[in-house]
Design a protein around this ligand. Structure first.
Ligand SMILES: [Mg+2]
Length: 383
């Protein structure tokens, strides 16, 4: 079998008119124009899909996640990656990743958009060889460790009461784990939101707070102590992504788990954070790292006795489907991220796709990544 085409398709799916563009408790009229533009970008679903076809007619779909400028990924795939992939056997999946990684290594393209592009190709190849062998991808990754995945639902919040209300709605929808995205808020504001949500949902719901790299070391420790008192499950991304040593100081000072690392794409980058003891829970993003490299990252984390809670963030439905296959196989899985409020918006490109039931994902056993793409719909969203 030979690969005959590699096509990257950047897409943009605008939100439905009634979808929440604002985080709970905000008044649009009070936002600056720049902030309103930022929110419109946040409300859109943008990413780069990858379609790989072979001489047998089989097609695999992948996603290289980039929510702001997906056409950058498309250009990297069209101009750099595709010529290295066309003509090869899709079963040479790891060799293909290595060829591409080596190609611009000396020029210093060791992370960022370039690795996102490799991830999109890697996911499409896994989907393709799963279909070629009639196997779900978890079986190609080493086999099934679990058939059900605990999921947490994330949502934004700035006003304590309004955020508590959204939290209660998610609990009513069956979620037993919730993550509060607290971006650009003070320690006191984060603490107030955390208290309001804990008091509203009770003690039986696992709660997490994502600080979106907003604090210095001492602020993060202050916030972590509040979260410990409220029995939070983790504090995420507390400080600068360039500072594994500051993150290690935070992790050492606190009992609450520090979850981190969504910006790290390769095992070489992860090594620095693991050696520094910078985190308690690792959050690799499968549509930034790819499945081949994420498997290596999960194994590396396991040697450091670190659990893995894969990041999905702004990834689309292919990213989610691939993350489910990954989580089904690794030994050190903890919990998977899910953005329930935008799930239907992001899933418009699929006729079959994974959805949580009572706060858990069942692992699909369909061949490939476990979703079915509607190609006409994809092309309708192309930008
Ligand atoms: Mg995060």
């Amino acid at each position: 079998m030979k690969i005959t085409s590699v096509e990257a398709i950047a897409i943009c799916i605008d939100p439905d008119a009634d979808s929440p563009m604002l985080v709970a408790g905000e008044d649009a009229a009070r936002l600056s124009e720049i902030e309103q533009t930022r929110r419109r970008n946040l409300a859109r679903h943008q990413t780069c899909l990858v379609r790989i076809e072979t001489d047998t007619g089989l097609v695999g779909w992948g996603e290289g996640q980039e929510s702001v400028a997906p056409r950058v990924i498309k250009t990297v795939i069209d101009d750099v990656c595709a010529p290295m992939v066309i003509g090869r056997n899709p079963f040479d999946i790891e060799a293909i990743w290595n060829t591409q990684y080596q190609f611009v290594r000396e020029a210093g393209h060791l992370t960022g958009y370039y690795i996102d592009a490799l991830a999109g190709i890697n996911l499409a190849l896994f989907d393709l060889i799963g279909k070629a062998t009639d196997q779900p991808v978890y079986r190609l990754l080493g086999g099934q460790t679990r058939d059900r995945l605990w999921a947490y639902a994330g949502f934004g919040g700035r006003d304590p009461d309004a955020t508590a209300e959204v939290a209660a709605e998610h609990v009513a929808a069956g979620f037993s784990a919730l993550k509060l995205h607290c971006s650009r808020l003070s320690v006191a504001q984060c603490a107030e939101i955390a208290r309001a949500v804990r008091s509203r949902v009770g003690d039986d719901v696992a709660l997490m707070l994502d600080a979106h790299i907003g604090f210095n070391v001492s602020e993060a420790i202050q916030l972590g102590r509040v979260l410990e008192d409220l029995n939070f499950h983790w504090l995420e991304s507390p400080t600068a992504p360039e500072d594994p040593y500051g993150s290690a100081d935070i992790a050492r000072a606190l009992d609450v788990q520090i979850a981190s690392g969504e910006w790290l794409r390769t095992s070489w980058q992860w090594r620095e954070f693991l050696e520094a003891h910078a985190l308690d829970v690792a959050m690799p993003d499968i549509s930034r790292s790819g499945l081949t490299e994420s498997k290596r990252i999960a194994q590396l984390c396991d040697t450091y006795n670190i659990p893995v809670s894969p990041h999905v963030g702004r990834g689309g439905t292919i990213a989610l489907a691939a993350t489910i296959q990954f989580a089904a196989t690794i030994p050190n899985f903890q919990i998977i991220e899910h953005m329930h409020q935008v799930h239907e918006q992001r899933s418009k490109i699929c006729t079959e796709y994974p959805s949580p039931v009572d706060g858990y994902f069942e692992v699909p056993d369909r061949p490939g990544l476990g979703m079915t793409i509607d190609e006409d719909v994809v092309r309708g969203y192309a930008i």
